[in-house]
Design a protein around this ligand. Sequence first.
Ligand SMILES: Nc1ncnc2c1ncn2[C@@H]1O[C@H](COP(=O)(O)OP(=O)(O)OP(=O)(O)O)[C@@H](O)[C@H]1O
Length: 712
Amino acid sequence: MNKSSENIKNARSANNEAVQVIVRCRPISEKEKLSGCCEIVDVYPNRGVIEVKNPRAKSDNERIKMFTYDAVYDSRSSQQCLYDEMVRPLVASVLEGYNGCVFAYGQTGTGKTHTMEGVVGDSDMQGIIPRAFEQIWSHINRTTGVEFLVYARYLELYMEDIRDLLKSKSKKQLVLREMAGGQGGVYVTHLHSQTCKNAADMMKTMRIGNKNRTTGVTNMNEHSSRSHAIFQIAIEMAEENNSKSVKIGKLNLVDLAGSERQSKTGASGDRLKEATKINKALSSLGNVIYALAENSSHVPYRDSKLTRLLQDSLGGNSKTIMIANIGPADMNYEETIITLRYAYRAKAIKNKPIKNEDMQDAKLLALQQEIERLKQLIAEKANGRMVNIEESEGSDDELDLDDSDDEELKKEKKEKEHLIELGKMEVDDLNKKLRNLEKQMVQGGKNIVESVNENEMLLEQQRAEIAARKKREIEMQQKLESEEENYTELRQVFTNLQQEVEFKREKLKRLHGRLQSLRQEIKDSHDEYIKNRQELVDANEDLTLQLRRRLLVLENFVPAEERSRLLNLAQFDENTDNWILKKETVNINAALRPRAHNYRRPISDYAIKKSEASPRYRGENVIELKLDLPLRTTQNYLRPAICPQVKAAVKNVIKHELDNNKVVVKIPPHGFSVRGISKIELEGRYNKAARNTIEVHNNRIKPIPKSAKTAY
Ligand SMILES: Nc1ncnc2c1ncn2[C@@H]1O[C@H](COP(=O)(O)OP(=O)(O)OP(=O)(O)O)[C@@H](O)[C@H]1O
């Protein structure tokens, strides 16, 4: 069975695994406190519950909204706690050969970057990414008998443009491609892979990438990430005695750009353009989550590059954790509810993770084969060199025995010595290459003292057990709460009818309350849907207007036949997600080549005339014909001098355009007009006529007619 069909079979038989959804609420910020905000979010970590109070609620049903997740973390939760309980088990799976993904989602300024990266250099405050580095390398350092090849990639998606954060100056086009062989998933071409030998290498890689990341300042966050960043780690591993079978674990750590409202972030100009693109990509992500949660037959992955990049992590071959970040302030109530709804929907997504085993396309295999080849080559070269040395020494003896006609022998000896020298250099080169290749691989279990190893393993085991226990507790608590209703009814013994009626009335009241809050939820969702639809309609109108403008230019400046030729050539390229012009196929038919005067090649009248006089010109070709060039060309043309007042006026125009975004020219007393500027508002001494305009005909001063002047 070939690899791809085996993978498909594995994927079919793989167990479904739900996306784990965590919510983290950050502390209230100083800015929010100063502006008089109050906290509306209550977090119950033991029950996995978040409650949000509506600050503008008119009825009890609207007052509190409750959401349940796999885990929730409040403002006092530590980075270590979140990592150990949720992310550590996922990274452990990656080290067994699974694909893993952690992505942070939420409104801008709610702590996504804090959760993913944290404070670099502060061991308590460091986030998920540096902690994952430590876990990966402590595993490698204590795993004996396994060879590892670890490499990292770092990319950002900025305004639908993929950028390599490790090679920011690279000119190569980064394109999204589907994996070959029906394995699912996508990859980015020409992305730089940085081989890492330890955790410090990885930290350095992350820092280099962070320096190149696009950030900006908004009202909500001083260091706002304006792009979606994905840090990818691939760990290839092969047992030393079974190096043919390679496992690959891939980990995607994603810090998404924050969703935001223009009114709150104060975005304008470029920031607004960025925000529009960010919101568009995030709404595509929302549509994908919605379609997956609803088990829809069509999942719109292709709507944006972000959803294509996360295709495997949502509904594909990956173990995935979604971290929804929220803030506690009442001013962000709507955004918080939207994030929580998103996260709630994501809980229903089922992935099918399978171990990536026996990977034939692993880099590690290619590296091992290359090392083997180099070793053989070095051995062969070394053998050849030994033979040469022996021969050379033999000829040395001969030289000693008889040094009469030594010229020939000396020359031969010199040649051999030269060959030996060349051979030596070649072997040195190969050895250097070999060492470089060997350096890329890491031998597991090499860098750690045995006792540290054991203690660390014990500690990790205990942490994993505590995390698993906590998870079970939350699950049980949630189950208990949902079933409590039925149990209390069963347990209840009524002494009289009145008591039973009272109990049932209470129950009815509770159920009625729940029904009302569900109705409210449906209404809110409907309102949200209407709002989204309106945004789409607006965007559509905007795009239609832009399209009409382009069509206007096209229709007026591009001839009809050229337009239809270009339209025929245009085709959509799925890889670049854009339209490209395919090359025109020109049918060259030798028989149809143009003929002039029945000659095979076009010949000028001049050549024919000349050839009649002299056969020297018979073969003269039009193309080779030297033309009688004119004495003057257009390059020699000198423009007439422009009147200095006109020049000054043009300067004024430019200045005023920059200052006030308005074309205003100070007019000299007699007035003038300038070619190229169609309408000029009058100002200064003609202030009264400021609303009047004058038409312009040429680039010379043209006095305004007396009658017009007196009219001012
Ligand atoms: N759990 C937390 N504990 C303490 N401070 C936090 C926490 N979460 C976030 N912060 C602080 O809040 C501020 C904004 O956080 P951060 O930059 O991580 O937000 P973000 O969601 O990544 O924003 P953006 O989407 O604009 O990039 C930072 O100053 C950060 O230190």
